[in-house]
Design a binder for this molecule. Structure first.
Ligand SMILES: *[C@@H]1O[C@H](CO)[C@@H](O)[C@H](O)[C@H]1NC(C)=O
Ligand SMILES: *[C@@H]1O[C@H](CO)[C@@H](O)[C@H](O)[C@H]1NC(C)=O
Length: 381
């Protein structure tokens, strides 16, 4: 009501100002939103809950999704929210089975607060799709959560389990803070979960992810592009580690100022990985890994490559995506790499890796990689 009055008096004031001028231009008055019609809180549940929530999203300031069963082949779509809407998940949210590309959940808006209540969980029922092929073949699998175009928003205490393929896609966001999210796809370890990336981040800025727990079978975090992104206090288990890239070959190929700090990577193929695609152009600058503990790494403790080509370490590196101002410090991984793995692999194109800081890096247990190239003098490979 107060806002309504304020808008009203502003309009009156500008009308009065117009009346003094001559000839008066036609005043363009935009109707003030009917705030009175925005109910404080709306609760949706059951098999019609998703469609109802989607339909009513603009008229609720708080949307409670209580034990919603989303029908197969449909998106729980909250991508047209009014500013400052709160979305709360309660109980178990499920999605029905269908081969399609998804997403199963989509939320966009400005000033959005997304929360999971105590005991709430989002269950993608991934086992219905898992066939060991992920997004490379077999069944068409829906992506799980498009956290796209979220501006000045927060996601807190969300527990997600068993996504068919990639879990959380962050794109077009500016000012998104994700706190204490769990992505638990550990059931996929023995049941064919594949390409179940935790967080895929692109074209976003000011993203902060703290206290995440990710159990999966692909990158825990993959930053493909973006600026000012921080991942801290996280635990990654079962997957491919903390990754930049692959960078290159997309519409946005700039990674600038990304920090991974105070986190643990365990039971994973890699600990730290920076992938620049061979033959492409782009920028990877200002990336910091600090305070990372590695444990039980089967492939590479630290892998930095400018010859990524759909797979790691493929052929001659190129220099089109320089890796500059990189900091790797306080990496604790004594005995962490398995004896068949490699501690550190660095393959750079000529002159394409510069201004690195490399300190207190202790990664042992595996072999020395014999094909390192153009390694900055501060680093050891
Ligand atoms: C993850 O899920 C598995 C079952 O799929 C369960 O046994 C385990 O306790 C869960 N872990 C966490 C941290 O929630
Ligand atoms: C080198 O990298 C650091 C960050 O690690 C940055 O602050 C500094 O400006 C860079 N120096 C040059 C000469 O680019």
């Amino acid at each position: 009501m107060q806002i309504h009055k304020l808008l009203g008096s502003t309009i009156l004031a500008s009308l009065a100002a117009c009346a003094l001028a001559s000839p008066p231009p036609a005043p363009a008055i935009t109707a003030a939103p009917n705030l009175a019609k925005r109910a404080t809180s709306c609760t949706f549940s059951g098999s019609s809950g998703a469609a109802s929530a989607s339909k009513s999203q603009k008229s609720c300031s708080t949307i409670i999704l209580s034990s919603v069963a989303v029908p197969s082949g449909t998106t729980l779509d909250l991508s047209d929210l009014e500013d400052d809407t709160t979305v709360i998940f309660q109980g178990k949210t499920t999605w029905g089975y269908k081969e399609w590309s998804g997403p199963l959940l989509q939320i966009s808006g400005t000033g959005i607060t997304i929360k999971g209540d105590t005991g709430a969980y989002l269950d993608g029922q991934g086992a219905l799709w898992w066939d060991g092929e992920g997004s490379n073949g077999g069944k068409t699998k829906p992506k799980f959560f498009y956290a796209h175009d979220l501006i000045s928003s927060t996601i807190t205490d969300l527990y997600i389990q068993n996504t068919p393929v990639q879990a959380v896609s962050i794109n077009g966001c500016d000012g998104l803070t994700i706190t204490d999210m769990t992505i638990n796809n550990s059931a996929g370890d023995s049941a064919g979960g594949h390409n179940t990336d935790g967080f895929d981040i692109g074209s976003s800025s000011n993203v902060v992810i703290t206290g995440a727990n990710v159990y999966n079978q692909d990158d825990c975090v993959a930053v493909n592009s973006g600026t000012d992104i921080t991942f801290s206090g996280g635990v990654c288990s079962g997957g491919h580690g903390l990754s930049i890239g692959s960078v290159g070959g997309r519409s946005d190929n700039t990674v600038d100022t990304v920090t991974f700090t105070n986190s643990e990577v365990k039971a994973s193929t890699n600990g730290i990985r920076i992938k620049a695609s061979v033959g492409d152009t782009g920028t990877i600058t200002g990336v910091t890994y600090s305070g990372i503990t590695l444990e039980t790494i089967s492939g590479y403790g630290i892998l930095i490559e400018q010859n990524y080509d759909g797979g790691d370490l493929k052929g001659d590196p190129t220099s089109g995506i320089p890796i500059t101002d990189l900091t790797i410090k306080n990496i604790v991984g004594t005995g962490a790499v398995s004896s068949s793995g490699y501690n550190v692999a660095i393959v750079c194109g000529s002159g394409a890796c510069s201004n690195w800081t490399w300190s207190s890096v202790k990664v042992t247990g595996g072999k020395t990689y014999g094909s390192c190239e153009n390694v900055p003098s501060v680093a050891s490979c």
